[in-house]
Design a protein around this ligand. Structure first.
Ligand code: CU
Length: 162
């Protein structure tokens, strides 16, 4: 079953990668994975995306890997005592059935630790997402200067209001 899902995901991602830059893995739909461009010498970056779960079972984003960085961790920004703090999220993050997980600036991010090359606006690099149910999904991260316009979302901070 997992094999079927993966090959379907591969087919869909190949056909979708050229234009819309979105991906399907089983019941999951992944919108526009991107990372902010960074000048040379900055050691760490962050990647963002939105995962919609169109299924009837919850799934979980467990982590990710890319050859572009030494390792990838799921991090979360939290306001604590008036300070913005960043902390590692252990055990992944749930994607509720019929819901979504927004990995967006100000909330969750995929921390790219130990970048091996600078992130240059306009380029794309491969990253593999690990989901508990849907398995692994290879996506291209689009590097861009600014956050994409939030589709249908008035603010970047909505992800905490699930
Ligand atoms: Cu971080």
């Amino acid at each position: 079953m997992r094999k079927t899902l993966l090959s379907l995901a591969t087919l869909l991602s190949l056909s979708a990668a050229v234009q819309a830059h979105e991906y399907q893995a089983g019941a999951l739909h992944i919108d526009h994975p991107w990372a902010r461009a960074l000048p040379a010498g900055v050691p760490n970056g962050a990647a963002y995306l939105v995962v919609h779960n169109n299924g009837t079972q919850p799934d979980r984003l467990l982590g990710a890997d890319t050859a572009r960085a030494d390792k990838v961790e799921i991090h979360e920004h939290r306001h604590e005592n008036g300070l913005m703090k960043m902390q590692r999220v252990e055990g992944g993050v749930e994607i509720p059935a019929g819901g979504q997980l927004a990995v967006e600036p100000g909330g969750y991010h995929l921390m790219l630790l130990g970048l091996k090359q600078p992130l240059v606006a306009g380029e794309r690099f491969p990253l593999t997402l690990h989901f508990q149910q849907a398995g692994d999904l290879a996506v291209d991260i689009a590097v861009q200067q600014d956050a994409p316009p939030a589709a249908g979302k008035p603010m970047e901070h909505m992800q905490h209001m699930q």
